[in-house]
Design a protein around this ligand. Sequence first.
Ligand SMILES: [Zn+2]
Length: 338
Amino acid sequence: MSARDQIQSIRDEFARSLASVQSSSQVDEIRTKFLGRKSPLTTVLRGVKDLPPDEKREIGKLANELRLEIEEKLSAVENTRGVKTPDAAHFDYTLPGRVRKVGRIHPITRTIQDICRIFFGMGFEVAVGPDIETDYYNFEALNIPKDHPARDMQDTFYVTDNVILRTHTSPVQIRTMESQQPPVRIIAPGKCYRNEAISARSNIVFHQVEGLYVDQGVTFADLKGVLSGFVKEYFGPDTKMKLRASFFPFTEPSAELDITCFRCGAKGCPLCKRTGWLEILGCGMVDPAVFEYVGYDSERYTGYAFGMGIERICMLKHRIDDIRRFYENDLRLLEQFL
Ligand SMILES: [Zn+2]
């Protein structure tokens, strides 16, 4: 029998076998019989190299075409007739479904989103800046010159003498004011870095949200109004607040904001250390010296700024007792947040 006739007879036989397929195991048998290593077609393909040159090309082509044809027809039978469905007979409809695990938003990200959403409602927009900052933006332009004692308050990670990891989000204030004229109304969430001993209350990486509003005629009463709106929205409508005089080099006057403890209703509990009050943020009127650095007319414009630690807010609100928990990726904690 010539190779050409042999190919034709394999094709005929395959067609007959295919017509009688009943189950998936038969498809597998046919596949082995016609495409397996010992199949006639494989033998023909192996013999191609020994054929005379004029036949080599033609037979090789025919045999390969048949091989492809068989493969295609077998998979078509499997797909269209669903001969694999005998497995369906064994399908147990009472088995519980497979639960797909859905990712969640990290509590820190969620806290940032919640805080930002409240300030969006009051006309603020988000501004961002680099984590790696220069000494100028992180200290100098914020009225903290090199010999200023306030620099002792912050243990800084230095990259070079002049380049640092930002110790607060306040440099974003400077960068924003440099690039636009008042009115400026921004909130700037982001990571900060401080070279501190890691403990339950402090970490070397943490997050802050910074707020800044500069325009003509901005007063301390405006600051108080915005913070009051935030506190009631975020911690509940019954929350009361008070401002305590404080000091920051870039604001004058400066204050710290305390709110009534939302756990005990200001009666006194371990969360508020029995005082009934919780300290949540620092704020103040932008020091005119800062306006000088960015070229704003401090006679014409006034502004306020505030900043809060995201981890602290999140820990207070959700009663998380250790800042390190945010970075342990423990599902028992993370699954409690949507
Ligand atoms: Zn309390």
